[in-house]
Design a protein around this ligand. Structure first.
Ligand code: HEC
Length: 192
């Protein structure tokens, strides 16, 4: 059938689909051209790592013990579970070790995959020395303070954040929660 024989509605539908298609291709090409001209990565990298010997051992175990099936870390793995890059700035070594050994008691709620009879239940049964190396590896995955992966807010005070807190945080929160930005060295957080 020729294009001219189509009904008006069909012509409009085809034209709109073609436009969307052309727009998508053009946007992709423009984005790639823009990206190839940048002399820095398009997205700022907020995570970093320096591994000790045990951390390196843990990073090998991380790959051989199947963690990247669900987790992403150090440019490995999938996004199915939690992204673990930067977790060393959010959780303490002690927490990580406890989580690997007793996930549900540590997580304080049911876990999706680390609990009994679940996909990652085998992790708690790994040899102690391996779990220790894995925990060390995870604790060495750091995030820049103030970035989304870090537990602590940015070191400098932000007028914007102050304003948002004033507008949006109910005043009762002042008594219920501790404002981390108010102390130089934040207290130990039990969920750390
Ligand atoms: C079958 C998928 C799966 C596998 C395999 C897996 N995990 Fe997980 N992991 C998860 C999910 C999902 C979560 C989030 C907690 C939950 O609901 O289980 C998680 C949570 C975690 C956390 C806690 C994060 C936090 O902030 O409390 C750590 C640490 C962790 N995994 C490490 C590992 C390590 C190390 C391995 C390999 C030895 C591993 N995981 C294997 C799915 C998996």
């Amino acid at each position: 059938m020729k294009f001219s024989q189509l009904k008006l509605g069909e012509k409009i539908l085809i034209a709109v689909s073609a436009l969307i298609f052309v727009f998508a291709i053009l946007s992709f090409v423009m984005l790639e051209v823009y990206r190839s001209h940048l002399n820095h990565p398009m997205y700022q990298n907020n995570t970093s790592f320096v591994f000790t010997d045990e951390g390196k051992k843990g990073s090998v175990l991380f790959r051989t013990d199947g963690c990247p099936d669900c987790h992403r870390a150090v440019r490995n793995g999938t996004n199915q579970g939690v992204d673990l890059d930067g977790i060393g700035s959010k959780r303490s070594l002690d927490y990580l070790l406890q989580f690997l050994k007793k996930p549900e008691a540590t997580y304080e709620t049911k876990t999706m995959d680390h609990g009994l009879n679940k996909g990652a239940a085998y992790v708690a049964g790994l040899p102690d020395a391996d779990l220790h190396a894995l925990a060390i590896f995870l604790s060495e995955l750091k995030a820049t303070q103030g970035s989304p992966d870090a537990r602590l807010p940015m070191p400098e005070r932000s007028g914007f954040v102050d304003e948002m807190v004033k507008i949006w945080a109910p005043s009762t929160w002042k008594h219920q929660y501790h404002d981390l930005r108010e102390d130089a060295s934040p207290p130990n957080n039990p969920r750390q």
